[in-house]
Design a protein. Structure first.
Length: 78
């Protein structure tokens, strides 16, 4: 099936289904990985624990959401 036909058909899907198709296409570009889900979950758990320790100790007080949101908007508008 030609690419333009696939794209035209995909664009007729509801937003949620287009999102799922886009996610699958992007994931297909990552290629195979040797990392299993348990390893990824353990790595994220360690990272979250580290960030929580910094926040609770006061070493990293974070940033207000309004500041972060503005920074993101500025980056997206460039």
């Amino acid at each position: 099936m030609p690419i333009d036909s696939v794209l035209r058909e995909a664009l007729t899907l509801p937003a949620q289904e287009r999102s799922e198709v886009a996610a699958e296409l992007l994931a297909s570009l990552d290629g195979p990985t040797d990392t299993d889900a348990k390893s990824v979950a353990a790595t994220w758990a360690k990272e979250l624990e580290s960030r929580a320790r910094l926040a609770y100790s006061g070493e990293d007080s974070g940033e207000p959401w309004t500041t972060v949101r503005e920074r993101i908007r500025n980056k997206l508008s460039q």
